[in-house]
Write a new protein. Structure first.
Length: 223
């Protein structure tokens, strides 16, 4: 049987470049390097999902549905969804940090700058492959940037907060969150594509694989 130990990961590992606290606005160079590098890979993965053209991310489906029901633009609906997710951090006692801020800035910048240069295949198998690569890159990028421990993005923070409270593996917590988002968005009228479902089912294991890989390579330990 293939080794699926990575699916049992239950925490963001502590590695040599991890910050001791997310509210650290003067991190070591390596900590900042891995934070930005991880977010860059994350952004490229998101851009590949968009370029594939066979479905947006589950949280975008949720924003679409919210926009249809309220008359808000997709941008404002996305903003409201992010605010709502951040409010859920409060009972989970999640702490934002530099990574929370850079999450929005770096990922948006990478998507904006890389999208014009990415292939937009017409063949389904190539589109399928582009989505799979995108999901894996988002997962690996998450694994790298989260280990900087300078604060997570809204959805990643919700994921780690719920994992800490529930004790369930990160892969299953993240998959559950994505499925809740896509189902709610679909019920509100959002558009679900194959890429959406591939992301919803694949991102949890991909993030878990990313965290597991970084821990193995860097020789870190789970918290």
């Amino acid at each position: 049987m293939p080794n699926i130990k990575f699916l049992t990961v239950r925490a963001v590992p502590t590695v040599s470049w991890s910050s001791q606290h997310p509210l650290n606005f003067r991190p070591e160079f390596l900590t900042l390097f891995f934070l930005v590098s991880g977010l860059t890979v994350f952004g490229l993965g998101e851009a590949l999902l968009i370029a594939a053209g066979i479905g947006v991310s589950p949280w975008t489906v949720l924003a679409q549905g919210l926009g249809l029901q309220t008359g808000l633009s997709i941008g404002w609906a996305t903003f409201l969804v992010s605010v709502a997710v951040l409010l859920l951090w409060i009972p989970l006692r999640q702490t934002p940090g530099l990574g929370t801020l850079l999450n929005a800035i770096v990922i948006s910048f990478i998507i904006e700058t890389s999208l014009p240069f990415l292939p937009r295949p017409g063949l389904f198998m190539l589109q399928f492959g582009e989505v799979i690569i995108g999901v894996l890159l988002v997962g690996m990028g998450s694994g790298v940037y989260l280990t900087a421990q300078l604060g997570a993005g809204p959805r990643d923070g919700l994921m780690t907060g719920l994992q800490r409270r529930s004790g369930f593996p990160i892969a299953w917590v993240r998959m559950s969150l994505e499925m809740c988002a896509v189902c709610t968005g679909w019920l509100l009228g959002g558009t679900v594509g194959l890429g959406t479902l591939l992301f919803a089912f694949g991102i949890g294991p991909a993030v878990s694989l990313g965290l597991h890989s970084v821990r193995i390579i860097a020789g870190g330990s789970e918290q």
